[in-house]
Structure formats: structure tokens, C-alpha cells
Design a protein around this ligand. Structure first.
Ligand code: NDP
Length: 314
């Protein structure tokens, strides 16, 4: 158990957290970044990024976030692998306690905890998670070379996962609950023109079946929501890409959240939460588009607003 004191505590180590840390360290605010369970956040499970400015060729998500971490360390951030489990936002200095029984005392806090994968919540999904049910094509796609896989969802994540898998699998079936995708047009075009991809429109997954020994996915029960016709599809794997849930559990009774649990900021577009000196940045904030570049920009803004707050505090 250790006690840390800092003018600025940053919770979360994705693009928002690292950017806030880089700005804070360069402003000589001696920030501490507490990483949480998935240092690097969602970028660690993103294969290639081609829309983050400054990289002529696509860059691996893991590489981008590793470089952000190194940059944060180079400018003087302290990065601690720990997870905040309890907070006291009654009055500054704010106290955050952690899984490793450490205590962090800070004049201001930037929350950059991001969001995590949403699951379908259908029978068989939990049983076969890790045995054919995955949320990360770049992590698990390798196991499905020459096999048939299903991807669930119609957003950018689902289409990117499907395109990645189409390079490995013999067949990719995208299952989407509506009759149009919400993914970017350029990705839609690539998907719909790919010879190994089929899209099942207006279709939902009802159950996942498989073998017990060794555990492995074998089939899906799906339903067409337009005509209620059910059918069974033989698949070797299923990749769920239906969005995210904000990582705001510990803030629920302390901060204003929207209906989905994302943090509200005042005024909209700023990073200030309803608690003075507590800021939020990146995917955890209500209404933010989930883009790494926007998360980074939001981390920058949170730090600049926090700097102003700290100056007033003095
Ligand atoms: P989105 O929220 O954009 O899409 C989720 C998809 O899953 C939607 O098509 C939704 O259907 C569907 N869905 C949601 N819940 C269910 C359910 N219970 N059952 C079946 N289908 C469901 O999430 P993404 O993760 O795709 O993207 C999040 C953000 O990140 C977006 O802003 C996206 O643009 C961005 N992103 C950008 C990338 C890039 O630019 N390279 C890469 C990946 C993500 P419906 O359409 O009917 O709501």
C-alpha cells in the first residue's frame, strides 16, 4: 500500500488519458496516470488505423498506443498499473483508492476510462466466450483460417472486423439487425464488394450452439425480424461487434451520467463534470464520437481546463 499525491490524477490510459498526461507533464503538473485493467484501451484491439493524422501508412493500434505511453513517460508522466475502485469527490483534495490498496490524493482528476465491449446476452454466448465467441478479430482471427465465421453488428467495428476476417476465413457472414449499415461509406463499399462476405439483413442471433469437449462453437440460431423465420447457420466462430458500455460504474453515485451511463459535461463540449475539479475525456463522455483522434483531442482539452482550474485554486 502506498500513498501518492499529485496536482492531477488521470484515470485511464487510452489516447485521452495519455494526451492529458503529456500536456500536464509539459505544464510541470507532475501528473499520475493510473492505467486500469486494459492499458492502452480499445486501441490495443484495433488492427490498423488509417485515419489518425501523421501516419502516411496505416499504423497498428497497439503500436500507436505504445508510442503514446512512451511519449508520456518521456515528458515525465508517472504511469502506475493499478485500478481505481473507490472515489471520494466530496471536496478537494480528492481521494481515489485502488485495487492494490494504494491511495491517490489529487487537487483535480481527469477521468479517461473509456468504454468496453457490449455482448449480445443470448444463450451460449458466455459458455463459448474464448471457445469460438470473441470480440476481437485481430486477437483471434488467426484461429479461423479457412473456416466460416459470423460477425454481428453494422457499425464501423463490425465492418472492420469482417474485412479483417475475410483475409483469413473462407466465408464471413455479417449479421445485422436492420437493413442498412451505420459504418462509413468507404468501409461499406469494401464489405459489400468483398467476394467472401455475405450480409444477412434484418437478422438477430437468438442462440449459440457448440460442442462441449473440446468446447467449440458449431452453429447459430438466427431470426429474421421482418418475417420471424428462424434458421440455423453452421459457423466455426462468432465475432460480436455491437458497441460499447461506458466504464463509469464507480462514478455512478458521484457524477451526472446520461441514460447509457456516459458522463455528462457542462457546458456540452467541455470536459467539466458536475463536480468542480473533476473532468472527463474521451469515449467515457456523453455524446463523443468514438474516434482515437477525438479522444486524444478531448484529453488535451481536459488538461487545459484542469490547468485553469488549478490556477484558480491557487
Ligand atoms: P456502433 O454503436 O457504431 O455500432 C454498433 C452496431 O451494433 C450497430 O450497427 C447496432 O445496430 C448494432 N447493435 C447494437 N446493439 C445490438 C444488439 N443488441 N444486437 C444486435 N446488434 C446490435 O459501435 P462500433 O463499435 O461499431 O463503433 C463505435 C464508434 O467507434 C463509432 O463512432 C464508430 O464510428 C467508431 N469506430 C471508428 C472506426 C474507424 O474510424 N476506423 C473503427 C471502429 C469504430 P443499429 O445500427 O441497428 O443501431
Amino acid at each position: 500500500m502506498a500513498e501518492y499525491k499529485t496536482p492531477m490524477l488521470i484515470i485511464g490510459a487510452g489516447p485521452a488519458g495519455y494526451t492529458a498526461g503529456i500536456y500536464a507533464a509539459r505544464a510541470e503538473l507532475n501528473p499520475i496516470i493510473v492505467t486500469g485493467h486494459q492499458p492502452g484501451g480499445q486501441l490495443t484491439t484495433t488492427n490498423e488505423i488509417e485515419n489518425y493524422p501523421g501516419f502516411v501508412e496505416p499504423i497498428k493500434g497497439q503500436k500507436l498506443v505504445d508510442d503514446m505511453r512512451q511519449q508520456a513517460l518521456n515528458v515525465g508522466c508517472r504511469i502506475i498499473n493499478d485500478t481505481i475502485t473507490e472515489i471520494d469527490f466530496e471536496a478537494p483534495p480528492y481521494i481515489c483508492s485502488s485495487e492494490k490498496h494504494n491511495q491517490y490524493q489529487s487537487d483535480c482528476v481527469i477521468i479517461a476510462t473509456g468504454a468496453t465491449t457490449k455482448w449480445l446476452d443470448v444463450p451460449g454466448e458466455e459458455k463459448f466466450r474464448g471457445w469460438g465467441v470473441s470480440s476481437c478479430a485481430t486477437c483471434d482471427g488467426f484461429f479461423y483460417r479457412g473456416k466460416c465465421v459470423a460477425v454481428i453488428g453494422g457499425g464501423n467495428s463490425a465492418v472492420e472486423e469482417a474485412l479483417y476476417l475475410a483475409n483469413l476465413a473462407s466465408q464471413v457472414i455479417v449479421i445485422h439487425r436492420r437493413d442498412s449499415l451505420r459504418a462509413d461509406k468507404i468501409l461499406q463499399d469494401r464489405l459489400l464488394n468483398h467476394p467472401r462476405v455475405t450480409v444477412l439483413w434484418n437478422t438477430v442471433v437468438e442462440e449459440i450452439f457448440g460442442h462441449d469437449t473440446p468446447p467449440a462453437v458449431a452453429a447459430l440460431k438466427v431470426k429474421n425480424v421482418k418475417n420471424d423465420v428462424e434458421s440455423t447457420l453452421s459457423v466455426d466462430g462468432i465475432f460480436v461487434a455491437i458497441g460499447h458500455i461506458p466504464n463509469t460504474g464507480i462514478f455512478r453515485s458521484h457524477l451526472d451520467l446520461d441514460q447509457q451511463g456516459y458522463i455528462l459535461t457542462y457546458p456540452t463540449g467541455s470536459c467539466q463534470t458536475n463536480v468542480s475539479g473533476v473532468f472527463a475525456a474521451g469515449d467515457v463522455v456523453s455524446g463523443n464520437f468514438k474516434q482515437a483522434i477525438l479522444a486524444a483531442a478531448s484529453g488535451c482539452l481536459a488538461c487545459l481546463e484542469a490547468e485553469k482550474y488549478l490556477a484558480q485554486l491557487k
